[in-house]
Design a protein around this ligand. Structure first.
Ligand code: ATP
Ligand code: MG
Length: 181
């Protein structure tokens, strides 16, 4: 699975719509301290379904909405769109070569996900990324301090990291669901 394009509007420091096209090869984002580099990786994690505000460096989820500056008024809504490309999207997206995921959150707390334009659940978004190697819990996103956290984590938590990398979480989730029925 490859990231093709990221569109960020009203999210953290991105008040205006900003578009990043990912070309083949490596993309590096450089800039001075505080210019918004980490906000871009936060946007990617957010659109993939991140639920923990703390992991997005905020106190509550509403903190992702552009808070305004002296010259700009706050945004009414945060929106992140991520366009993905793959030859093997999981069911029910397997017929697609490109899939676009959108997450929105408004100031009055309305939250929504869309996959290829259709209203979707967090579960659908998670399903899309599960075992693809790019989920919010996957090892493709290593934030500042993450290495230290893995090294010093409890053995069962470290096992979770290995299980995600090995691609067996999908089956564990299905088992949990089946047992709950
Ligand atoms: P460093 O090189 O220090 O890691 P960085 O480029 O990763 O810096 P970020 O952490 O992405 O910088 O951006 C920090 C900036 O984003 C701060 O100026 C902060 O005020 C701004 N910011 C974060 N959340 C919001 C928000 N909701 N509204 C407006 N600005 C925000
Ligand atoms: Mg940073």
């Amino acid at each position: 699975m490859k990231f093709k394009r990221l569109e960020i509007s009203g999210f953290k420091s991105f008040s205006e719509r900003s578009v990043l096209d990912f070309r083949d090869g490596i993309t590096a984002i450089v800039g001075p301290n505080g210019c918004g580099k980490s906000n871009i990786s936060d946007a990617i994690r957010w659109v993939m379904g991140e639920q923990r505000a703390k992991d997005l460096r905020g106190a509550s989820m509403a903190d992702v909405i552009f808070a305004g500056t002296q010259r700009r008024s706050p945004a009414q809504m945060a929106e992140v769109k991520l366009k993905l490309e793959s030859d093997s999207f999981p069911y029910p997206y397997s017929e697609f070569h490109e899939v676009e995921v959108i997450r929105r959150l408004t100031m009055n707390g309305v939250s929504e996900y869309r996959i290829n334009g259709a209203a979707s659940r967090l579960k659908d978004v998670r399903g899309l990324f599960m075992d693809s190697g790019v989920g919010t819990r996957a090892m493709s996103i290593i934030e500042q301090g993450k290495i230290h956290q893995i090294v010093t984590s409890r053995p069962e938590d470290r096992r979770g990291v290995i299980e995600e990398a090995a691609g067996i979480n999908k089956f564990k989730e299905s088992k949990k669901e089946a047992l709950a029925k």
